[in-house]
Design a protein around this ligand. Structure first.
Ligand code: 5GP
Ligand code: ZN
Length: 113
């Protein structure tokens, strides 16, 4: 399996890592759509929300905790930010390693659907 996000987590591919712990890693999106655009991913390869198991609930909660911490560090928590998890074809999921987009630093112009 050749997964670009697994390679970034392992340090085998370049990535601007802004946070890492035993469960999750966060790095800047290569094509940012806002002043802040960070991807928060589990270190374990999980392809999408569709592949989550009930026992992954603490891990998913942790991804949100990391997102909140990073929003504070980036200074976007007061203005507000958007968290997006694209899942599957209709959502346009391009990388099949679960990731939370943290986007902020601007007034969002685009509707969700
Ligand atoms: P998706 O559409 O799957 O939710 O979003 C995948 C995101 O990963 C996109 O925003 C894309 O710019 C980002 N991305 C794809 N390849 C790379 C890469 O090699 N490095 C980084 N940092 N981001 C990537
Ligand atoms: Zn992966």
């Amino acid at each position: 399996m050749d997964c670009i996000f697994c390679r970034i987590i392992a340090g085998e591919a370049p990535g601007e890592i802004v946070y890492a712990d035993e469960l999750a890693t966060a790095f800047r999106d290569i094509h940012p759509v806002g002043p802040t655009h960070i991807l928060i991913v589990p270190n374990q390869h999980i392809a999408s929300v569709e592949d989550l198991q009930a026992e992954d609930e603490p891990l998913v909660g942790h991804l949100f905790t990391v997102a909140r911490q990073l929003a504070r560090e980036q200074g976007i928590h007061e203005g507000g930010y958007r968290l997006i998890v694209n899942t599957g074809r209709n959502a346009g999921q391009a990388v099949f390693h679960l990731h939370l987009h943290l986007i902020g630093g601007q007034r969002m112009r685009f509707p969700m659907g």
